[in-house]
Structure formats: C-alpha cells, structure tokens
Design a protein around this ligand. Sequence first.
Ligand code: ADP
Ligand code: MG
Length: 255
Amino acid sequence: MNKIQPANSETDDTPIIVIKNMHKWYGEFHVLKDINLTVGKKERIVICGPSGSGKSTLIRCINRLEEHQKGTIEVDGMTLTNDIKNIEKIRAEVGMVFQHFNLFPHLTILENLTLGPIWVRKTPKKEAEETAMFYLEKVRIAEQAKKFPGQLSGGQQQRVAIARSLCMKPNVMLFDEPTSALDPEMVKEVLDVMISLATDGMTMIVVSHEMGFAKSVAHRVLFMDSGQILEQNNPEEFFNNPQNERTKLFLSQIL
Ligand code: ADP
Ligand code: MG
C-alpha cells in the first residue's frame, strides 16, 4: 500500500478529542490507567496492543458506550457527562464500527441505514433513503439495498455498517477491529473503504492489527498494554524503531 497523503487530509492542529488523566474501572478492576490523548481534526490514529489491554474500552469511552470514573473526555469542545442530551450530542459526532457489524438482521440494508436518521434525527424518510443510497454507493454496495444482512458476505456487511455510521454524518469515526472477524479475502474490500474515508479527510481512530493499513494510513500509531498507552509515534518510527520492550515483543509476535 502506498502512503496516502492527499492535500485535504493534512491534519489540523485543532483538537477534536481531548482525553486527560482518564481512568476507568470495571468493578475493582482498573482497566484504563491515566490515559492522556489528544486527537487533531483529520488525524488518523491506529491503536494496537495485546488482547485485554483496554483498546476496546478506550474507544468505547469516547462515545460513552462505557463510562469512565476519573479524568475528562472532551469531544469537539463538549465534555462527556451523564446528561442524556450530552450523550446524544456526542453520539451525533462520533460514529462507531464494531468487529461483528451489529446490523439489525430483520431489517433490510436500506432500513438499517435509515433507522437512525429517521428515528433519532427526525429526517424525512425520502431524504434518509437518498442519503443511505449515497453512502451505499460510496461503499460500492448500492445494488444490495433491498437484501437482508444474512444474505450478504461478512465483508459486505461490514461495508454496510460503515455506510450506516456515515449516514449519521459523524465528524469522527471509531473502528474496533473492523476486519478481524472477516475471512482473509474480504479484508481488503473493507480496508479499501476505510482508506477512501481517510482520503476524504475523516478523523479516524482505528483499533487494528493490520499493520499494512497502519503504515499507509495512520499519522500516529499507539501501543497499549495493561490499560496504559505505553508508546506512540509516527508509523515509520513506531515500526522501525520501537522503544518500549513490550512494544518490541508485541511487534515481533505479529509482524
Ligand atoms: P482489548 O480490546 O484490548 O482486547 P478490552 O477493552 O476489551 O481489551 O478489555 C480490557 C480488559 O477489561 C480485559 O481484561 C477484559 O476482560 C476486561 N473487560 C472488558 N469488558 C468488561 C466488562 N464489561 N466487565 C468487566 N471486565 C471487562
Ligand atoms: Mg477489543
């Protein structure tokens, strides 16, 4: 993969996510320990690290699927609180794509895409359908609009899940191992869609062990272990010259 750096994807120094001294516990278990992370507009971050290191928990805290107990998380100037209006506003800013797609099996592809806009945003049905078709074209799957998720391959379902997120017009997209449940031959079609999003200038935080993707798309790669961000750097330095022993060990196991 070639490095993509079109003019419109240069990062902007304006931060869109600011996490300061953030901690989270699951009961007694201290899962995230003093997380500090600032993400600029249009910045693309890849997070890697061993299973159980807290990667999913971290990105789930950013759109309040999980609640942190200490420190602050700000998204586009809004501090995350428990206020339901506040949570709705944050979710409007931050889209999320999961490992297992999470499409509604009893709804068609088109209905999966229009549900949020119609019910949450009160968008008129016709407009919601036009927007849905626009994003289905973008992920190159418009011809499947009338089918049900179970009739599509895993790669197609994940492209639908990405399109569904985009229909809510997010400013930031979070991806939690979006290709790790896919058969190998379907990984590329999903990564290609993500690369095209990157080219359009989307701010992205991607939990992934697809190192080719990280090298070509990320501005910054983070390594997490035991609930901490242990190392971060641009992809060249991160992969060629890792500093932390645990990063070195991890890279030696996956590369
Ligand atoms: P990763 O995505 O890096 O594999 P996770 O964020 O899923 O890590 O999990 C971090 C740790 O928190 C793991 O030890 C996991 O078992 C634990 N954990 C995750 N979700 C919960 C939960 N809902 N309740 C209790 N423990 C959890
Ligand atoms: Mg995870």
